[in-house]
Design a protein around this ligand. Structure first.
Ligand SMILES: NC(=O)c1ccc[n+]([C@@H]2O[C@H](COP(=O)([O-])OP(=O)(O)OC[C@H]3O[C@@H](n4cnc5c(N)ncnc54)[C@H](O)[C@@H]3O)[C@@H](O)[C@H]2O)c1
Length: 328
């Protein structure tokens, strides 16, 4: 089995590739080759039991999509994206990477001859939904995005569904919750503080909390995100019917729940490292975000998330603070 990972240098991409290298197979199929593509240099995993090649390329540049699907990968994981804050700040870049590049990729697959029809897994987002929200969003909720990022993701979902219906590929889009605890340094996403208030205190540093503690949001760990991707890569898509875009399960938690989970792992000292500093702009953005889902369809199809926020913190401790990174 040959696998192509686009966006392989990103947070989720790196973790997916590490897991593939550990397991050596996708479902029951041994992996023979993994191709890593990213506009930043992707790092090949250490000791992978399969061949790995890497390519630094901008997927939105003409010809790149053709080049990377020429080897006819059996499974494509498309994770490359400009994330929410940047897509809002730079309209052209957001549409170029999040929409145009996806269309180029789908067309490059369509234009292969000889009945080529790979499994195509892409990461959408709960940002496809916009207010007003019910307390719990179900599988039939309308997609009315309130940001350019959410709009781009919703458009790619339509493309994926249509190209699947026409038989060019076997697509599935998974709408990820906000992934916490994001390892490494804070990024520019407005959601960054959800990770910072756990990560920084556990590393002896101060974190800023810009919103009230009763803010509720929808979360999953990076480990769960990788689990979703692997499951989407092997799932019987016949079970999806014509609805190939799925809300992923997750944990609905308030900032107060996060802080209590931090206290149970890091004690009162860790909690004291959170500085409350209200930020009107971030509060306004966050008030337009979903709070909870009933992701029944995905659960019935076998997608599994963390049990609660304690488990999300535990995953961070195990994968980032205790385990040595697999990548060099
Ligand atoms: N992290 C989250 O909370 C979250 C939530 C919902 C959806 N998602 C989606 O999941 C996917 C992965 O998220 P992540 O957190 O790993 O993001 P990330 O920003 O860490 O990784 C994205 C990667 O895409 C690459 N990329 C950007 N433009 C590119 C281009 N033109 N050509 C090639 N590569 C390009 C970047 O260099 C980066 O390595 C994205 O599609 C994102 O929209 C993430």
């Amino acid at each position: 089995m040959r696998i192509l990972v686009i966006g392989a240098a990103g947070m989720v991409g790196r973790k997916l590739v590490e897991r593939l290298a550990r397991e050596g197979r996708l479902g029951s199929e041994p992996i023979s080759q993994v191709s890593l593509v990213d506009v930043g240099a992707p790092e090949p995993p250490r000791d992978a039991p399969f061949a790995v090649d890497t390519m630094v390329a901008d997927l939105a540049e003409p010809g790149v999509a053709d080049q990377i699907v020429a080897a006819r990968p059996d499974v494509v994981f498309h994770l490359a994206a400009v994330v929410s804050g940047e897509a809002e700040a730079d309209l052209e870049k957001g549409y170029r990477v999040n929409l145009d590049a996806m269309r180029m990729l789908l067309d490059a697959i369509r234009e292969r001859d000889g009945g080529y029809r790979p499994r195509f897994v892409c990461t959408s987002s709960i940002a496809v939904f916009g207010p007003p929200f019910p307390d719990v969003i179900d599988d039939d909720h309308l997609t009315t995005p309130a940001t350019s990022y959410g709009t781009q993701k919703a458009m790619t979902e339509l493309l994926l569904s249509d190209y699947s219906r026409r038989g060019f590929l076997d697509g599935i889009a998974i709408r990820l919750p906000t992934i916490v605890v994001r390892p490494g340094r804070p990024n520019l996403a407005a959601s960054s503080f959800f990770s910072s208030i756990i990560r920084e205190p556990l590393n002896g540093q101060e974190a800023v909390l810009p919103v009230p503690t009763d803010v509720r949001h929808w979360f999953a760990s990076p480990r769960s995100a990788v689990g979703f991707l692997l499951h989407a890569g092997t799932l019987d898509t016949g079970l999806l019917g014509d609805r190939r875009c799925l809300n992923m399960p997750g944990v609905s938690a308030t900032v107060a729940d996060e802080i209590e989970a931090l206290r149970r792992v890091g004690g009162a000292e860790a909690v004291r490292r959170i500085r409350h500093e209200p930020d009107e702009t971030i509060m306004r953005i966050v008030s337009g975000w979903p709070r909870a889902f009933d992701a029944r369809r995905a659960r019935d199809l076998g997608f599994r998330a963390d049990a609660d926020f304690d488990e999300i913190v535990q995953v961070y401790v195990e994968d980032e603070l205790e385990a040595p990174a697999l990548s060099p």
